[in-house]
Write a protein that binds this ligand. Structure first.
Ligand SMILES: CC(C)(COP(=O)(O)OP(=O)(O)OC[C@H]1O[C@@H](n2cnc3c(N)ncnc32)[C@H](O)[C@@H]1OP(=O)(O)O)[C@@H](O)C(=O)NCCC(=O)NCCS
Length: 419
C-alpha cells in the first residue's frame, strides 16, 4: 500500500454491501485508504447477482469493490465477534449499510462500537435514517428515488414518473457519506474523538433534486416561464428535457435520427445572436418572436423547431463542432458505447481496463476526484476472503495457533441459514 496518498494511514473497516456503501468505500480506497471489506462467509450478495461469466464475481460486485482487501468473518459466532472487536480497535472508520436494526441485533450499535474504540468514526447509510416514521423500512435505489422527489420530477409531463439512470440514491448517497466521514476525521484531529455519521438515502436524493425545491416554492407566485408546459398545480411538475435553469435548453434531434442522435443545446442569452445568425441568418437575428429571452421562452416551441430543422442536416458530433465554434454550450447525448470509445474519457482515465483471476479483462470506471498529489491506481476487487489470513496476521497480529482455534470455533464459517 503506497504511503503518499491523500488517505494513506486511514484504515477502514468496510461492512457495506450492495451499491450505496461499497461505492463510498471504493472512492476512499481510490484516495489511498486501506479498505478492509468484511463480509459474511456467504459474501456480499452482489458477487452472485447479474453474473455474466459463470462462476466469476459479477461486474455488479467488481465495479464497486476495487482497492479493497476482503476478510470473511461470521458475526453471528462468538469468536467471530472477538475478531470483529479487535478489528474495530485498529480501524479509523467503520462503514455499514445494513437494514434497520441489523447491527443492534449483532450487538454492535454505535454505543458499543464507540466504547470499544472511542476514536473510531462509524458511518451508516439507511434508507430513511435511524428515526422517524420510515426508519424501520429497507430501501433500494429506486425506492429512494421515488421517495426523495426524483421520480416525480423526472420524465415528461404527460408520461409516468421515471427513474434516472444516474444512481443518485445509492452512489449519490455514497458520495455524501464519504464527505461526512472525511469531515468527522478532520474534527477528530481536534477533539481526539470519533463520532457517528449517518446518511439517509431519501435525504440525499432530496439534496440532489435541490433545484426542484426552488421551483416548488416559486409556483406559489405563479407559473414558471422556463418550463415548456403552461398549466401548473401546486407541486413541481416533470419537465422533460427543459433546461431547469435560468437559460433555455433542450435535446435536439440530429442526423441520422437514431436512439441517441441528439444534441443538448443551451440557448444562453448572450449567444442567441450568433446562434440565430448561424441557423437562419440576419432574418432570424431580427425575428421579434425571439428578440429577448422572455420572447424566446414564450415562443420556445417555434425556436426548437427551427433548431431541429437545422440539426437534421448534421450528426450530433458535427453539430457540436459547429456550435462550439460560436461558443454555444452543448453536448451530444452519449451512449455507453460512445463513452467507452471516447478519447476524452480515455485521457481522463475514466474507463480503465483491469484483469481479474476469475473473469479476465474487464473495465471499471475511474476515480472522478482528481488530486494533484494523490494519484489513483485502481486495483481489482478482491475474491471472497482473499485476504483473511493476511489481515488476521498483519493487522491483528494473530499467530497460527490463534487462527486455528478461531477456525475450529466457527469464526469464519457460514452462519446457519434462517430459511
Ligand atoms: C439493502 C437492503 C435492503 C438489503 O436487505 P437484506 O438483504 O435483507 O440485508 P440486511 O442488511 O437487512 O441484513 C443482512 C443480514 O446479514 C447478516 N450479516 C451481515 N454480515 C454478516 C456477517 N459478517 N456474519 C454473519 N451475518 C452477517 C446480518 O446480521 C443480517 O441478518 P439478520 O437479518 O438475521 O439480522 C438493506 O440492507 C438496507 O435497507 N440497507 C440500508 C439501505 C441501503 O443501503 N440500501 C441500498 C443498497 S444498494
Amino acid at each position: 500500500m503506497s504511503s503518499n496518498k491523500a488517505l494513506s494511514g486511514i484504515r477502514i473497516l468496510d461492512m457495506t454491501h450492495v451499491q450505496a456503501g461499497p461505492t463510498s468505500s471504493q472512492l476512499m480506497g481510490f484516495l489511498g485508504a486501506d479498505v478492509i471489506k468484511l463480509e459474511s462467509p456467504m459474501g456480499d450478495a452482489t458477487r452472485k447477482q447479474l453474473q455474466d461469466v459463470p462462476g466469476a464475481d459479477s461486474l455488479y460486485f467488481t465495479m464497486l469493490n476495487c482497492n479493497k482487501r476482503s476478510i470473511t468473518v461470521n458475526l453471528k459466532n462468538d469468536k467471530g465477534k472477538e475478531v470483529f472487536t479487535d478489528l474495530v480497535k485498529t480501524c479509523d472508520v467503520m462503514m455499514e449499510n445494513f437494514g434497520p436494526g441489523v447491527l443492534d441485533r449483532l450487538g454492535f450499535g454505535w454505543e458499543k462500537v464507540h466504547e470499544i474504540n472511542p476514536r473510531i468514526v462509524m458511518a451508516s447509510i439507511k434508507g430513511f435514517g435511524s428515526e422517524g416514521p420510515y426508519a424501520a423500512f429497507k430501501a433500494y435505489e429506486n425506492v429512494a428515488q421515488a421517495m426523495g422527489g426524483s421520480m416525480s420530477t423526472s420524465g415528461f409531463f404527460d408520461g409516468p414518473p421515471v427513474v434516472t439512470g444516474a444512481q443518485i440514491g445509492d452512489s449519490g448517497t455514497g458520495v455524501h457519506l464519504m464527505a461526512g466521514i472525511l469531515a468527522a476525521l478532520l474534527q477528530r484531529e481536534r477533539t481526539g474523538k470519533g463520532q457517528y455519521v449517518e446518511c439517509a438515502m431519501m435525504d440525499c436524493v432530496m439534496n440532489l433534486v435541490r433545484v426542484k425545491w426552488r421551483d416548488h416554492q416559486r409556483i406559489e407566485r405563479g407559473p414558471l416561464p422556463e418550463y415548456s408546459i403552461q398549466e401548473f398545480e401546486d407541486f413541481t411538475p416533470r419537465a422533460g428535457n427543459d433546461s431547469g435553469g435560468g437559460q433555455l435548453g433542450n435535446a435536439i434531434k440530429c442526423k441520422p435520427g437514431g436512439n441517441n442522435d441528439y444534441l443538448y443545446i443551451v440557448v444562453q442569452e448572450h449567444v442567441w445572436n450568433a446562434l440565430a445568425n448561424r441557423v437562419g441568418g440576419e432574418a432570424l437575428v431580427k425575428d421579434e418572436r425571439f428578440e429577448n429571452i422572455n420572447a424566446r421562452r414564450k415562443n420556445q416551441a417555434a425556436m426548437w423547431k427551427l433548431l431541429e430543422d437545422f440539426a437534421s442536416s448534421y450528426t450530433k458530433r458535427e453539430l457540436m463542432a459547429i456550435l462550439n465554434e460560436i461558443d454555444v454550450p452543448c453536448g451530444p447525448i452519449m451512449s455507453t458505447k460512445d463513452l467507452a470509445n471516447d478519447e476524452h474519457v480515455k485521457l481522463r482515465e475514466m474507463y480503465v481496463e483491469l484483469d481479474h483471476p476469475e473473469r479476465g479483462k474487464w473495465h471499471n470506471l475511474g476515480c472522478p476526484i482528481k488530486l494533484s498529489d494523490s494519484p489513483v491506481e485502481i486495483t481489482r476487487s478482491p475474491l471472497l476472503g482473499e485476504h483473511t489470513e493476511e489481515i488476521l496476521s498483519e493487522v491483528l497480529g494473530y499467530g497460527a495457533d490463534r487462527v486455528g482455534e478461531l477456525k475450529q470455533a466457527g469464526a469464519f464459517s457460514k452462519p446457519p441459514s434462517k430459511r
